[in-house]
Design a protein around this ligand. Structure first.
Ligand code: ATP
Ligand code: FE
Length: 355
């Protein structure tokens, strides 16, 4: 089966083509067109600007994906599109683009949950077997999920406030490091002492897998102001210590909560236990190493997909669509774009207007 995937739920316009057959899975093309510069002046993604940019870029991204894969629309078996959750204008642009292609070609259309795309990525990259545990950790999300099947997920817990990526970005801002914060804070942390400052690790004393990261930025702000008051500025060595201590706090929370999540997951007695991580924060080497060692403690295989497949992309959408299609799902021209679409089967059925 060969699927086209379309993604436009946040600030990346993306199109990709994925093929799955007896000889395995191949990403034949993956185009991602970011909008960072469009939103830079506003200090965040502006929904209206994002929607317009998606509408302008989608056709070109699809064309480029077909060209990269050296395929025509007639070589495809279906079209998968992110139908939520996300910024509604962007999601609608993608859904309309996909419907247009489906109507013009007669190809089947499959609406995909963006989070399911992230959560199924370890199957695209490593063929990971169900059930596996997943930590989705990005600029907008932080949650533990058990993937029981292509459309069956349970949420074990997650952040009750900020996502870790957001905390990295705010930290960078407070310490006058350039955006995106994650990679810059990580580089700065390399020469620092992770024990120099004891930043808070909330909710570790409580049972369950919920996490909180908003207290970190308050603690950081206080520390920075104290340092500035004392030294008349932010000496480089101290900034390194702050970054290292901040990263250590985030890592500690993620590692300890992963241990809880893995304990719950192991109750399912999976025959081939697996723990996967996705999202931009998974790029962080300290965090990755911490999570990998927890997986090892439990005898679980650890998978961290390559960064381009951890952050928003359309290959994961093509793949998730392909999995849904194999389960018999088809959407019609009544497929709706959904701003909210929880993945957890207890919270809401995963099915949109799927038939
Ligand atoms: P989402 O896709 O969940 O809506 P998003 O688009 O912000 O949110 P991603 O593109 O997956 O998320 O990841 C971007 C986030 O990852 C940013 O907050 C960035 O700072 C963070 N990040 C990237 N690299 C690193 C790193 N090396 N260490 C820590 N954080 C990082
Ligand atoms: Fe995402």
């Amino acid at each position: 089966l060969t699927f086209l995937g379309i993604e436009s739920s946040c600030d990346d316009t993306a199109a990709a083509i994925v093929r799955h057959g007896d000889d395995g899975t191949q990403i034949l093309a993956s185009i991602v067109s970011g909008q960072t510069e469009l939103h830079a002046a506003f200090g965040g993604v502006v929904p209206e600007i994002a929607a317009r940019a998606h509408a302008e870029k989608l056709d070109l991204c699809v064309e480029q994906a077909l060209e990269q894969a050296q395929l025509g629309l007639t070589d495809l078996d279906g079209i998968a599109v992110t139908a939520g959750p996300g910024l509604i204008g962007g999601v609608m642009s993608g859904v309309m683009c996909a419907k247009g292609i489906a109507a013009g070609t007669g190809l089947p259309l499959v609406g995909v949950n963006h989070l399911a795309g992230h959560a199924l990525t370890p199957r695209l990259t490593d063929g990971m077997a169900f059930p596996y545990l997943m930590l989705l950790v990005s600029g907008g999300h932080c949650q533990f999920l058990i993937a029981h099947g292509s459309e069956e997920f349970t949420r074990l817990g997650g952040t009750i406030d900020d996502a870790p990526g957001e905390a990295f970005d705010k930290t960078a801002k407070l310490l006058a490091l350039p955006q995106p914060g994650g990679p810059n804070v990580e580089t700065e942390a390399e020469g620092g002492n992770p024990k120099a400052y004891a930043f808070p690790r909330p909710l570790l004393d409580r049972p369950g897998c919920d996490m909180s990261f908003s207290g970190l930025k308050t603690a950081l702000l206080r520390t920075r102001d104290e340092v500035v008051a004392q030294h008349g500025g932010l000496p480089r060595a101290i900034r390194r210590d702050i970054c290292a201590s901040f990263q250590a706090a985030v890592t500690d929370v993620l590692v300890k909560k992963s241990r809880r999540a893995l304990t719950e997951y192991m109750d399912l007695a999976p025959s081939a236990p697996g723990f996967a991580v996705a999202g931009g924060v998974a790029a962080n080497r300290a965090i990755r190493a911490g999570l990998e060692s927890v997986a090892t403690e439990f005898g679980a295989t650890f998978v961290a997909p390559p960064l381009r497949l951890c952050t928003d992309n359309a290959a994961m959408i093509a793949w998730a669509g392909l999995e849904r299609f194999r389960l018999g799902h088809r959407d019609g021209m009544d497929l709706v774009a959904r701003p909210r679409w929880p993945l957890d089967r207890k919270a809401a059925p995963l099915l949109g207007s799927g038939k």
